[in-house]
Write a protein that binds this ligand. Structure first.
Ligand code: FE
Length: 179
């Protein structure tokens, strides 16, 4: 009889363990939820008006443009074609032509990359959390095609206090011929 009681107790313990294991995913459900939130914030995700396969991007862009725009690379400071550009006009996405920054908001940040204190409109760029290289930064991507442009920092001039630090190679420039 004693033997049967022990078997019963062991079965009970077994049940308790199984229930515990089953409840573990429920607890981490919250964590999984935050993972999926991160996924939404990922520039590779859908939700951009212009969608192309990486093969298609490779055909449109030069290898260096592809490295920066699609692989989130960074051009070397003081080497880009626009950091010293003072002409009046609009800077557009080199990948899709989306209007991004006006020369009116461009300023000398001394960083070696073209810097702006504001994009042309709220939807022209999208901001994503970037935790690469052990830093927490805010990545700036094109609002239409999701291509990588640069990062935004809080050490810019007024009226916004923002510094949109953008790779020249991610940009094209449309000169305002009326000025
Ligand atoms: Fe774009």
């Amino acid at each position: 009889m004693k033997k049967y009681i022990w078997i019963f107790v062991l079965i009970l313990i077994g049940f308790a363990l199984v229930c515990n294991i089953n409840s573990t995913p429920k607890v981490s459900g919250g964590l999984m939820g935050s993972d999926s939130t991160k996924k939404i914030n990922n520039s590779e995700s859908d939700g951009f008006e212009i969608k192309k396969s990486e093969e298609e991007w490779k055909q449109i862009l030069t290898p260096e443009q592809y490295r920066v725009l699609r692989e989130k690379g960074t051009e070397r400071a003081f080497t880009g074609k626009f950091y010293k550009n003072h002409e009046t006009g609009i800077y557009v996405c080199a990948a899709c032509g989306n209007e991004l920054f006006s020369s009116e908001t461009k300023y000398e940040s001394g960083s070696g990359w073209p810097s702006y204190w504001e994009p042309v409109s709220e939807n022209s760029v999208k901001l994503l959390e970037d935790t690469s290289y052990g830093m927490i930064r805010t990545e700036v991507v094109c609002g239409k095609c999701g291509s990588h442009l640069g990062h935004v920092f809080d050490d810019g001039p007024q009226p916004t206090g923002k510094r949109y630090c953008i790779n020249s190679i991610s940009l094209d420039f449309k000169k305002d011929s009326t000025k």
